[in-house]
Design a protein around this ligand. Structure first.
Ligand code: TPP
Ligand code: SF4
Length: 289
């Protein structure tokens, strides 16, 4: 059985010292080992951004996609080989800005993949512009003297309104909770989102580790909170403006997209003879052109 070490590769991440994404990588590696996966049965597809580099840092199949497009690629991979555990990952700009449309459709489609967003409320890679999760009034003094005039998007609200079947939020400074949430997300049969408050220590001097710790309500300590209750989930997200961690909502009754397609015979992609397919394709062309 694979250990945490088996999920590491030799590449040294070039994230800034203290970046929250280090913890996400560590928790993901631990979660993959804990659920009993093997590297060759796992694919990690990431978008563009500092966070998007994560697919190069794990010893699993990796695909560093284009900006905002990790989810369509992840869904294609899952449909092509349902034996793979497919994880998509990226930043808040990647997932909730340019990729928001794909996010909402992936949610309502409910394919069995896990999406991990490293939410630092900023565009880190491009040096600190506001992102969809930057608060109204947010200022990055290095970028602009003007406060953000746009209003913030709350990913958890968007996810719930699109019909998500597994919704969790964690923070980089709480690795036990984050590892547990990633494990549960991977084990969930359907689309799961783990939105992680993962501070950018270089460009975001407002939404720091301390800030998230102080502002976020930890659902683990809320007596009587029932993550199976959608109305409770919507209310809690609304009350806290999305500043909460823990398992927010889970619906195990809805079948995953791929289970609704009849007649699929699971066949690992590696066993397919692609040259045969090419020959057949040539014959097809000769016949019809
Ligand atoms: C189509 C396209 N538009 C814009 C960019 C420039 N760009 C690269 S990363 C990025 C945003 C990164 O922010 P986020 O997704 O939040 O990730 P982070 O770097 O904060 O981890 C942008 C706008 C791009 N690479 N491709
Ligand atoms: S710029 Fe920010 S998000 Fe990017 S690696 Fe550095 S700390 Fe992390």
């Amino acid at each position: 059985m694979a250990t945490v070490k088996d999920f590491r590769n030799q590449v040294t991440p070039n994230w800034c010292p203290g970046c929250g994404d280090f913890a996400v990588q560590a928790c993901l590696q631990r979660a993959l080992a804990d659920v009993g996966l093997e590297p060759e049965h796992t694919a990690l597809i990431s978008g563009i951004g500092c966070s998007g580099r994560i697919s190069g840092y794990l010893n699993v199949y990796g695909f560093h996609a284009i900006h905002g497009r990790s989810l369509p690629i992840a869904q294609g991979i899952k449909l092509a080989n349902r034996d793979l555990t497919v994880i998509a990952a990226g930043g808040d700009g990647d997932g909730f800005g340019i990729g928001l449309n794909h996010f909402m459709h992936a949610v309502r489609r409910n394919m069995d993949i896990t999406y991990i967003v490293m939410d630092n409320a900023i565009y880190g890679l491009t040096k600190g512009q506001t992102s969809p999760t930057s608060a109204h009034g947010f200022i990055n003094e290095k970028k602009s003297s003007q406060p953000n005039i746009e209003h913030q998007l709350v990913p958890a609200s968007v996810a719930l309104s699109a019909g998500i079947t597994f919704l969790a939020q964690g923070m980089s400074s709480n690795i036990n909770q984050l590892t547990r949430l990633i494990k549960e997300a991977i084990q969930h049969k359907g689309f799961s989102l783990v939105n992680v408050f993962s501070p950018c220590v270089t460009y975001n001097k407002i939404n720091t580790y301390e800030w998230f710790k102080e502002k976020c309500l930890n659902l683990d300590s809320v007596a009587g909170y029932d993550p199976n209750n959608r109305i409770q989930a919507i209310t809690k997200v609304d009350e806290t403006q999305g500043l909460l961690t823990g398992l927010i909502y889970k619906n195990e009754q809805q079948p995953a997209y791929e289970d609704l397609i009849s007649g699929y015979k699971a066949e690992p992609i590696v066993k397919q003879d692609l040259s045969m397919e090419r020959d057949q394709f040539e014959l097809y062309l000769r016949e019809f052109l």
